[in-house]
Ligand binder design. Structure first.
Ligand code: PNS
Length: 160
């Protein structure tokens, strides 16, 4: 059984992430979405909220599990005996950043396998940061995130 990890901040999960996940699910037996809990970062949603939102947004995928991790990705990867890491690529900028991360991970742990999956062109401009920006300024984010996320974002921003 081929199990891969899809790590990220997912603050929050977008339709771009779901697109990458769709490809991952078609290629591998199980995809574990690993939500990074980084105490040094100040995300809009807490790790527990991002975990619950990712679960709700991916319930249609039978071979997806959602988890959180802290610390180095390679440590989590080894502990969970994954066969690979999947990451989405939207553009050349992503490729540059992702190559650097993949090389760093491989330098720390040479047996890690990173697989880049391109997003579909119509989703290549979607990012969690831009979605939050549009939402904060009162724009319609429904084309860019699952409904459950749009609702959660609206509620969160009302409290802020
Ligand atoms: O969604 P993001 O913020 O682009 O995801 C980045 C992530 C979580 C994959 C990356 O920051 C990560 O793996 N962080 C864990 C700490 C780590 O292993 N750092 C060294 C890898 S370059």
């Amino acid at each position: 059984m081929r199990r891969v990890v899809y790590p990220g901040t997912f603050d929050p999960m977008t339709n771009g992430h779901l697109d990458v996940l769709r490809h991952g699910c078609a290629l591998f037996d199980e995809v574990v979405i690993a939500v990074l809990h980084n105490p040094l970062k100040q995300p809009l949603f807490e790790a527990s909220e991002r975990l619950e939102l990712a679960k709700a947004a991916t319930s249609q995928f039978p071979n997806v599990r959602v988890d959180t991790f802290e610390g180095l990705l390679v440590d989590y990867y080894v502990k969970q005996s994954f066969h690979g890491v999947i990451r989405g690529i939207r553009n050349m900028q992503d490729l540059q950043v992702e190559m650097q991360m993949a090389h760093m991970n491989e330098s720390i742990y040479p047996d890690i396998h990173t697989i880049f999956l391109p997003t579909s062109p119509e989703r290549s401009f979607i990012s969690s940061s831009l979605v939050k920006d549009v939402a904060m300024h009162g724009g319609d984010i429904s084309p860019y995130v699952p409904q459950v996320i749009a609702t959660a974002l609206e509620m969160k921003l009302r409290k802020h």
